[in-house]
Design a protein around this ligand. Sequence first.
Ligand code: MN
Length: 494
Amino acid sequence: MKKLSDHEFWFIVGSQFLYGPEVLETVDARAREMADKMNASGRLPCRIVYKVTAKTPEEIERTVLDANHDPRCAGVITWCHTFSPSKMWLTGLQMLQKPWCHLATQYNVEIPDTEIDMDFMNLNQAAHGDREHGFIGARLRKPRKIIAGHWADPAVQARLGDWMRVAHGVAFSRALKVMRFGDNMRDVAVTEGDKVEAQRKLGWHVDTWAVGDLVKEMAKVTEAQVDALVAEYTAAYDVATDNLAAIRYQAREEIAMKAMLDREGCSAFSNTFQDLYGMEQLPGLASQHLMALGYGYGGEGDWKVSAMTAVIKAMGEGKTGGTAFMEDYTYHLEPGREYSLGAHMLEVCPSLAADKPRIETHHLGIGMNEKDPARLVFEGRAGKALVASLVDMGGRLRLIVQDIECVKPIMKMPNLPVARVMWRALPDLQTGLECWIAAGGAHHTTLTHDVTAEQLRDWARIMEIEFVHIGKDTTVEALEHDLFLSDLAWKLRS
Ligand code: MN
């Protein structure tokens, strides 16, 4: 899969012939300078490539078709230095298949009080040109990100950088393959979903492999391979068990799963404790370490949360807050100190760990484990984060995002044998919970410190799926009203 640095963004600047060749030369030189300086700022995760100052429909259409076909190009950034009539852009924008950002900026910061004349006005009329450009985007109902402000402003560059990560997440999503070991947990509703719709909208290719294939692959793993991975484990984690055989077994599982994932080009996987035929332990440490390497994971056959975790990890590449598969387990409802406790039976990604994780082995009563699985145990770090859940509403997909504040767990819980994360949902536990349940959010989520709700909203808009955000200002009444209207709108749309 492509990394952030494999991607670039094409800068297309609008103008026209009306102002004469000198103005066009100035626009061209300034567009190049702006791209160079934004690239040199160190605030953008990907390079901007200035392509053209567009004067004709043919130039725009050719550049768009090239952008569609170039695998390095993850999106286009447009801006109108002068006025640029938008019927010239219409066909090209209709053909555009890559994410689009309209950077509503201008070259200069200040109006030059004593120098300003009509020549200046004709050259520097982004306020005028960007409105024409904005109209055609609205008229076409084309998904686009609009970022307004001066191009050299660090805050504007940071937002552009965030959007580049979203566009990278779009490219990643459209190429994503998910490997399912076995089916979903029996009788569960929320982990089901329309895999054809997921591929049509999100690009996810979701297929199944038998657990028996994995068991055969495990038999091929050599002791030397196991030794090498166990050495990696012991370098990264504290060993807090005498059961070294369990750790070696998890290493064998990880090596075999990774071999199958890489052979098939899959970046995410799911499994279920109900289908472990031929295996002694549910992969715990194995799945956790694969997640730390960037693979998406979902328990109980939940391929949606697995794929979503992989996409969000891709968007947050290089960030250090952590992104993980998570599950809501239990509440602390002491008045004034209300928290949620999240964990999973084994598989929480150590990217969330506040301190060095410990490898422990414990009995796991759920499922068909013959032996005690090794797993990483740790506390999640504190800080602002969000949880995201993708659900299938029948005919459409809905992405629900809730802002949360993670805290250091307020108690030790010495008998809890799994990694744990504690948080306060916004706007508060009770309202946030009522909103989450009203929207149909799942018990499985992706928890991330590295990607914002704005980024996931932009991603959902590009993918043309429904987006629901629960934050500090959300009320149950307003949310229920929005969900009612949204249901009507999406029935017309899909
Ligand atoms: Mn679960």
